[in-house]
Write a protein that binds this ligand. Structure first.
Ligand SMILES: [Zn+2]
Ligand SMILES: [Zn+2]
Length: 345
């Protein structure tokens, strides 16, 4: 077999795997942020060490691939998918193998090597979210891309191979099984109840209150009722909305407020705080029926524990902290942060 990556699925509707032999040459995570800051490929001055940039927020008088940027997007140097290898082919029901044709980008979120997303101001987080949205829109326009995953890994336990704050975007020629199963279940719920299942969940959370961590007029963050990992937090728009690509700028600012508060609270409650941020949004094409049933969300998933054979085999997770207790601790952390800010003023 060649080194070209492929996407495989053994059984119908089972999980997909990208087999990408070249990925094994990518750098391994450094131990500490302070270990070798001069050799970070993502820092200003090292632009030539990445692939040429495809998008950036940068000062008007600066050139691509030079310093002067606030956020910079580059193709992943060790992509899990390739963009220029033609038609991926059609999935089969059994022993399916198609070409891993798609897009794999890195979004470098700040020029400051030591600045975590949790430390950024809401307006800086809003800029980061606006770049996610812009790249999602661009990836969706690519031929063969059927769904786009935007995620960030922070900390070694969460799979980060670079310490400098960054997110990744993967445009896939398939719709992942987990997303498709959720869409199918949401469509079924809506057919029976005439409502969106996530809108109903939000109503229930706001009424109950014990799981709510932060909210404003547009967004609510609550502890996931059945978390895979302790402190798993979901952030959803309060009004029904299926697609992150269509979120207006004003709402990105409101989302940045809630996301910033959640990340700061998690950092205060957990030390260290390795986590994944995952955007669950509509695939590139979606029927009107599915648009009315599916509701996009951000998942913030701290990675304090790793799964065992039980989780791997059954898909059933065990957490030792109740989501209600997690939410209470995070609400307290937010209140303390507000109080500290008030005293400093
Ligand atoms: Zn750096
Ligand atoms: Zn909804």
């Amino acid at each position: 077999m060649t080194d070209a990556p492929v996407i495989r699925r053994t059984l119908p509707s089972g999980p997909w795997t990208i087999v990408a032999p070249k990925r094994s040459t990518r750098p391994q995570p450094a131990a500490k942020p302070s270990e070798d800051p001069t050799h970070c490929h993502f820092c200003p001055g090292s632009e030539h060490e990445t692939e040429p940039e495809v998008y950036a927020l940068r000062a008007a008088d600066t050139k691509p691939d030079s310093p002067g940027w606030r956020i910079r997007v580059v193709p992943n140097k060790f992509p899990a998918l390739v963009s220029d290898a033609g038609d991926p082919g059609r999935p089969q029901s059994l022993y399916s193998e198609i070409g891993a044709i798609g897009i794999h980008e890195v979004i470098i979120e700040t020029p400051d090597h030591d600045r975590a997303l949790a430390e950024m101001r809401p307006d800086e987080i809003a800029d980061v979210l606006a770049v996610y949205r812009a790249r999602l829109q661009a990836a969706s326009r690519r031929r063969y891309v059927r769904s786009v995953a935007v995620f960030r890994n922070e900390g070694r336990a969460a799979g980060a191979s670079q310490l400098h704050a960054h997110a990744q975007l993967v445009g896939l020629p398939i719709v992942p099984a987990r997303l498709q199963a959720e869409i199918d279940a949401a469509v079924d719920y809506r057919r029976r109840r005439k409502r969106c299942v996530s809108c109903d969940a939000i109503k229930r959370e706001l009424k109950k209150g014990s799981g709510v961590i932060a909210e404003n007029a547009e967004f609510v963050a609550f502890a996931c009722f059945s978390p895979r990992f302790p402190y798993e937090t979901w952030i959803l728009p309060k009004a029904h909305h299926h697609d992150f690509r269509l979120v207006p700028l004003k709402h990105l600012c409101a989302l940045a407020d809630v996301l910033g508060a959640v990340l700061k609270a998690l950092r205060a409650a957990l030390d260290p705080f390795p986590y994944n941020l995952v955007l669950q949004t509509a695939p590139v094409q979606m029927s009107i029926r599915a648009q009315g049933a599916f509701h996009w969300r951000l998942e913030v998933v701290p990675r304090l524990t790793t799964g065992s054979g039980f989780e791997l085999g059954s898909g059933v997770f065990i957490v030792s902290l109740s989501p209600e207790d997690a939410a209470r601790r995070l609400r307290e952390a937010i209140a303390e942060h507000r109080e500290a800010k008030r005293v400093r003023r």
